[in-house]
Design a protein around this ligand. Sequence first.
Ligand SMILES: [Mn+2]
Length: 287
Amino acid sequence: MVIMSLPFMEQTFVSAQASWKEAGTVILGCPYDGSASFRPGARFGPSAIRRASWGIETFSPYLKKDLTRLSLHDMGDLELPFGDKRSSLDLIQKAVRKILSGKKIPILLGGDHLITLPIVEELVKIYPGLHLVHIDAHTDLREDYLGETLSHSTVMRKVVDHLGRGRLFQLGVRSGTAEEFDLARRMKSLVPLEQNSLRSLEKHLKGKPVYISLDLDVVDPGLLPGVGTPEPGGLTFQELISLFKDLQNLHVIGFDMVELTPDYDPTQISSLTASVILREMILTFCS
Ligand SMILES: [Mn+2]
């Protein structure tokens, strides 16, 4: 019986030891990858991030803050019926409802990018003025993918239906169809990664509830190859965390980190990098 009481640290993200009741911020794994158009495997993302997190420091030398000072709770992964898209999305939405009704900040780990749709559907009920900052290599604005309108490549188009026009801002985008870029231009959603543009975005979003959706493929695939749809020409780690710094004054009410497909990177550096990025996001936006 003694052996049963040993701690099993890998089951949570590092330092996420607070109980549900005492936690202000809650991590939930949404390991759905049924809409991956190229390389599946994002269902293993959340557990790989948790495992890798025990190899990193809880202290951020960039922010001079420590995760152990926060009250973080890790709910683990949702158990999803992978073949059933609709009920998987419904279960994710229900879980987000539970987190929001507990008045906690949700951090969702994907899974493929489609998980952002049920999350946003739930968030707009609580935050009708919600704005979304979408950090991604891809536009994700397709009307459909091979006839399927619910996909990780259509998710931001669907999200706009719930948010309304003028509420979506896309950063780091370098891939999409001509039609998607046309639509993005008409919606004025693309924000160049320049100081002037970021400053006016910050000004525009000041005081408004903001949700951040981070697709890890925004990082250069040379540095983070373990993603479903790698796209050359991406950000370095330093560029990404300096982008977080540019957004640090926003009123962030939650965020997600999606598309880590750890098994395409046998070195595990992608998972490790993802867990450091998660530490930086938590310390920037939830502390
Ligand atoms: Mn992407």
